[in-house]
Design a protein around this ligand. Structure first.
Ligand SMILES: [Zn+2]
Ligand SMILES: [Zn+2]
Length: 355
């Protein structure tokens, strides 16, 4: 994929377009924009992660006795890719390339700095580390997993707040108004939600990485394989890219309590009231199990996706998806102010109003 991108760029440079500086530059931006998510290692749609998802789908399909012909239908259920909700997913994903990804990247890059701050704070509070840990490979593997667990706990905390606090729900509802689940829904996130959630996740991960740095002699590097995040690969193999898919993949009642399977996250997107505000974990469902927000899939249960039953789509197009949350918050503030003003104007109980 990376070489296809480079080849395309070389082709453009070599053509007459290369002699028109501004056009050449504009096309380079467009190519980066289109190929960036697929070629950028550790991005959501990195082709390695997507390939992992396809392999997993093929394995599950084969185990269910599916035919090769049925595989395409299993991977891309009828109508899912052409649904108007999916069309909006494309638009939000593309628009977020401009406004959302930089926010996310900023906090990802800030993690080492935040962790260093935590390490310095510990040193300032209790003095230099009494001993140093030998950060050999097994220790680094454990740390890499622990940082992902910390990050996921931050995600759970923010996600729970997003389902409980009306102002945060206004933004998060954009993700939940998807009516079909494809991997594109993972990027159907309001940029303001990204701006709010990423610091919480980075802070939670820094609370794990910071103490590790305190006990380290020098800088620490989390484990990667050919530059690809180890935890990205592990959770990719466990179907993390398929959380937003309609493939009925469950790990069974025992493991669904520990890890988020596609079936667990599909229930999170169910429009049925009994499923609302449940299954909030991103990688681990153990948080949901611990804090009482877990609902397990029932084999054969039909799930419809969306914000709620009998509710009109609040985000029919990109403009609505981007602006409606602000309008909803404005309306909520207005309602609260009206309520307070009405209460202040009301005569105290027992006092008769003058005729
Ligand atoms: Zn949610
Ligand atoms: Zn989701």
């Amino acid at each position: 994929m990376l070489s296809a991108c480079t080849t395309l760029k070389d082709f453009v440079h070599g053509s007459w377009i290369g002699s028109v500086a501004w056009l050449d530059r504009a096309l380079m931006i467009v190519i980066d924009f289109l190929f960036g998510p697929l070629t950028g290692q550790n991005t959501r749609y990195y082709w390695v992660f997507l390939a992992q998802a396809l392999v997993l789908l093929a394995i599950v399909h084969a185990r269910q006795g599916g035919t090769l012909r049925g595989l395409a239908r299993f991977c891309f259920p009828r109508g899912a890719m052409t649904h108007r909700s999916t069309w909006l997913d494309w638009q939000i994903n593309l628009a977020n390339q401009f406004v959302g990804s930089s926010v996310k990247l900023f906090w990802r890059l800030s993690l080492p700095t935040l962790a260093l701050g935590v390490s310095h704070a510990i040193a300032a509070a209790i003095g230099p580390a009494p001993f140093l840990i030998d950060w050999n490979l097994p220790a680094l593997l454990a740390l890499t997993l622990l940082v992902a667990v910390g990050d996921d706990f931050g995600y759970y905390v923010f996600h729970r707040a997003a389902h409980s606090i009306p102002a945060l729900w206004a933004f998060h509802s954009v993700h939940h108004s998807a009516e079909r689940l494809t991997p594109l829904v993972a990027g159907r996130v309001h940029p303001f939600e990204m701006a709010l959630s990423e610091p919480v996740r980075a802070a939670a991960a820094a609370l794990v990485l910071g103490p590790a740095l305190y006990f380290a002699e020098g800088p620490l590097n989390l484990v990667t394989i050919f530059g690809i995040s180890l935890t990205g690969l592990i959770f990719g193999a466990l179907g993390n890219q398929l959380l937003h898919s309609e493939a009925p993949i469950s790990f069974g009642p025992r493991w669904d309590r520990i890890l988020v399977s596609p079936a667990i996250h599909q229930l999170h997107h169910s429009r049925a009231r009994r499923h609302w505000d449940q299954n909030l974990g991103g990688l681990l469902s153990v948080w949901d199990w611990m804090f009482g927000t877990l609902v397990l899939p029932v084999p054969g249960e039909k799930i419809e996706f969306g914000i709620a039953e009998n509710v009109r789509q609040p985000h029919p197009h990109l403009l609505a998806a981007y602006t409606r949350p602000f309008l909803d918050i404005g309306a909520g503030v207005e309602r609260s102010v009206t309520r307070v003003v009405r209460r202040l104007r009301a005569p105290p109980p027992g006092k008769l109003e003058r005729p």
